[in-house]
Design a binder for this molecule. Structure first.
Ligand code: C2O
Ligand code: CU
Ligand code: CU
Length: 581
């Protein structure tokens, strides 16, 4: 066996193109990360005791698909083949390079033979599903080209739309960008009783943004500032297609949105001002339908929308847009994209491919996502149920730590977006990241003003340190958020931006959100589209915002990740592990 550290260092250099950083100016945390190698474990094999209800093969490989007129585009993509089980388990999306929609039932036992036919390591994660740690696609389980990892798990989630995507450390963003992603739908009996629109009336809508060169090839080469803000494309793809249009009948549809973008946040709204009727989010159905003027959808989040086109005449059209908003990028970057200038500071400090993408199609600007065309009259339409599901709401009286929330501190600087002051490193679990199995925990996600460049507690701003000490039981709990004299306090605010924070494992509930600081005006442009009811695994945290969650840690011991789902941030190390024990 090779020395794991050596191997990982080589990988790190090969795969991240460390050449982007001049070696001499490489920040300490990058060097630290390079040293924190992942182990190389033998891929999991099928167990003879596991009797699957459904079994299929999933391959991550290379392909070439027509996306734009002219030359086909080279992609990395998932393909799958059913071995046994229900015929509707795998559904290709028409002319789409994304993986097939995988459909499973709650209670089903699933075995997946996952083969790596890429030229580099990968591993697949079932975003949203609660499965044993070994089956969760943690980066420590990466497999090399030619290897097969066998997943075996029982579906314990309720009905919901989930995502499968790669999770190798430091190259997740690139692999997703080049096409490795797909939707995984769980159905259950509670949902079936509702007889929601299905078949052709249930439409998956995977939103992504991409950049192409003149030869129709995908461009991905995040510069330093793209790592800081995320990589943005200048073109929207829906289910892998540009200029998407859907022909519908004048009746109700179920639109199942999934934001599969690396960094782009959408503010979904119908062009004619019709409110959105939301029936579900990440973790499945809401208790009852809710209407919103618009809905924010961050990378990793899902949304279940009841779209009733009844009464719309044949020939009429409607567009789903991303509506204008602000506050998701650091203030200076936002001004830059608004001005649209590329010269001067824009070209120098902020210029570069991804940023130009942001300028061509700035996040927070107003642009179309897809068009709906009513091409058929429908005689009748299903009726929106007034009750959808039952959710057992947790309250503070259920949690093990009502006065000492588990901290998820966001620190922001141009060189490092971090969680809890530490870049991702394998086996670097801190005391507050150890969670007793079968407990329900209160968690608090908040921004710190410290510039977060340091590695470990020493580099944190005072506010954060005080606060975390409080949470970890070291100091008095009264020290409050963002009020410390954080190192470079102003700097911290300057780079403050939105982060979709994702937690593996059980779905959680958002119990409170509060915002403080300079960017309240920006918050007003998004706040009516943040959904706090329902079960979530990813929550958009705006600049200056503090979000409290209640999350059960049930069923499985082991390592479960939490990270920013801005994939450039994730790869930069804005990721940590919880150890459930
Ligand atoms: Cu969708 Cu840990 O990821
Ligand atoms: Cu996940
Ligand atoms: Cu982030």
């Amino acid at each position: 066996m090779q020395d794991p550290v050596d191997r990982s260092r080589r990988r790190f250099i090969l795969q991240t193109g460390v050449g982007l950083f001049a070696a001499a100016s490489m920040p300490a945390w990058v060097r630290a990360m390079e040293m924190h190698g992942m182990p190389k474990l033998a891929p999991n094999r099928a167990s003879p005791d596991f009797k699957p209800d459904v079994e299929f093969e999933l391959v991550a490989g290379l392909g070439s698909v027509p996306i734009l007129p002219g030359s086909p585009t080279r992609v990395q993509h998932y393909t799958a083949k059913l071995i046994s089980g229900p015929k509707d388990t795998l559904t290709e999306m028409p002319s789409c390079h994304l993986g097939p929609i995988i459909r499973v039932q709650k209670g089903q036992k699933v075995r997946i033979h996952f083969r790596n036919e890429l030229m580099e390591p990968t591993i697949t994660h079932w975003h949203g599903l609660h499965v044993p740690a070994l089956m969760d696609g943690h980066p420590m389980y990466i497999i090399d080209p030619g290897e097969t990892f066998v997943y075996e798990f029982e579906v314990i989630n309720r009905a919901s739309l989930n995502i499968y995507h790669p999770h190798p450390h430091e190259i997740t963003a690139r692999q997703v960008y080049y096409g490795l992603a797909g939707g995984l739908i769980v159905n259950d009996e509670e949902e079936a009783k509702l007889e929601l629109p299905s078949g052709e009336y249930e439409i998956p809508i995977v939103l992504q943004d991409r950049r192409f060169n003149a030869q129709n090839q995908l461009i991905y080469g995040p510069h330093m500032h793209d790592r800081m803000m995320g990589f943005y494309g200048d073109r929207i793809l829906v289910n892998g297609r540009p200029n998407a249009e859907f022909d519908v009948a004048s009746r109700a549809y179920r639109l199942r949105f999934l934001n599969g973008s690396n960094a782009r946040i959408y503010k979904l709204g119908w062009s004619d001002g019709t409110p959105l009727t939301v029936i579900g989010v990440d973790g499945g159905l809401l208790e009852s339908p809710e209407t919103f003027p618009y809905v924010m959808l961050a990378p990793g989040e899902r949304l279940d929308v009841w779209a009733d086109f009844s009464g719309r005449p044949k020939g009429s059209e409607l567009t789903m847009r991303s509506l204008p908003f602000s506050g998701v990028l650091p203030m200076m970057a936002e001004h830059m994209t608004r001005r649209g200038g590329r010269g001067g500071m824009g070209g120098g400090m902020m210029g570069g491919m991804g940023m130009m993408g942001a300028m061509d199609l700035p996040v927070g600007s107003d642009y179309p996502l897809f068009k709906i065309r009513v091409t058929r009259e429908a005689g009748e339409s299903p009726v929106l149920p007034s009750r959808l599901s039952k959710i057992d709401r947790y309250t503070l009286s259920d949690v093990a730590n009502p006065n000492k929330p588990v901290p998820i501190a966001i620190s922001e600087s141009p060189m490092a977006m971090l969680l809890n002051g530490r870049p991702y490193a394998f086996n670097d679990i801190q005391p507050f990241e150890r969670i007793p199995i079968d407990t329900v925990q209160l968690l608090e996600i908040f921004h710190t003003r410290g510039h977060g460049m340091g590695h470990g507690m020493g580099g944190m701003g005072h506010g954060m340190r005080g606060r975390m000490m409080g949470m970890m039981g070291g100091g008095n709990d009264g020290e409050s958020r963002q009020d410390g004299q954080g190192m470079g306090g102003g700097m911290g605010m300057m780079f403050s931006m939105a982060h979709p924070i994702h937690l593996h494992g059980d779905q959680f509930q958002v119990i409170s959100r509060s915002v403080s600081g300079a960017r309240a005006d920006a918050y007003a442009t998004v706040k009516d589209g943040l959904i706090s009811s329902g079960l979530k695994d990813t929550v958009l945290v705006m600049p200056g915002e503090t979000v409290r969650l209640i999350k059960p840690f049930h069923h499985f011991k082991g390592v479960f990740m939490y990270h920013c789902h801005n994939l450039e941030h994730e790869d930069m190390g804005m990721m940590r592990d919880f150890l459930v024990e």
